[in-house]
Design a protein around this ligand. Sequence first.
Ligand code: GLU
Length: 376
Amino acid sequence: MTVQIPALSDFRRIVIKVGSALLVDSARGKVRLAWLTSLAEDIGALHRQGKEIMVVSSGAIALGRTVLSLPKGPLRLEDSQAAAAVGQIALARTWAEVLAHEDITAGQILLTLGDTEERRRYLNARSTLARLMEHRAVPVINENDTVATSEIRYGDNDRLAARVATMASADLLVLLSDIDGLYTAPPAQDPQAEHLPVVPRISAEIEAMAGAAGSELSRGGMRTKIEAGKIATSAGTHMVIASGHGKNPLRAIAEGGRCTWFLTAATPARARKAWIGGALEPRGVLHLDAGAVKALHRGASLLPAGVARVEGSFERGDAVLLRGPDGAEVGRGLVAYDSDHAQSIMGRSTAEIEAILGVAGRAEMIHRDDMVVGAK
Ligand code: GLU
């Protein structure tokens, strides 16, 4: 069976991860501006084609340590946090400038592990990203290293980028790296190592090619890239690893340059709906009126006005069951309000939410992207 290799033009929402080694000239501790400008050109070209782009950029610590004249070698946690605080400003400014050249507005997002793993915060981050996409802005994302401590941090931006991609339902994750993809063995040590252009599925054999887990040397190496691939492909996001050594690295991928594609059979929407429909334990029930049931079947979001009764105690972001007036299950979804607030605004119009709760909440009780409608 021949495997179809995708083209960059197949994708609509793309997360691009850029590693520190590409962005920062380690000898001078400065941004490699000519290279970054060429990457921004590629991003501009994709953006003009109507694609939605997000950037996950490393480099804060690498830039900040030079400014603070910290010694070479591993840094103590407080020093790397201080370096990140200093470097992140420079990093964000540089991105804003190179993207502005392409007439693109940049927005900075700093995430912690909790923001991507805790359901309520995850929903917040997801809706901020969605809104930035609507504004055609490009989020520039990094881990919030200044507050993340070792136990509660990603530490590498490969996995962070994969979580961002799945959170944003991106259909492609591009990892720009110092190597042009996956080899059957580490190419520096094994001259027989062969490059793999496509990985249809991440098997145990593929994982073994990435080398041993957890070694200090492999951090941010192929190991975390395969981990990122597992996160991405299981959520319906394709991934490609390509070299960022040359200028215009995205154009190089589009023109068929050497890289490794990790494929998924799913789509982000289907994978997400499967997750909402199956994997989560419902914490409550929203009983809907007949009009809301009809609207949901037409593909609409659930508005507070369509909710007749709230059952159970749940937090914002929890999964809830949706039942019609006859008690039959209509679907499931991730609710945008906790049970107390849901009680207060049920049956009311969206325009009244702010007056009732004292804060401007979301217009929908459950957004249609967060909902599965139909019998299980
Ligand atoms: N968040 C770190 C930084 O900006 C980088 C992590 C990584 O290199 O993967 O310096």
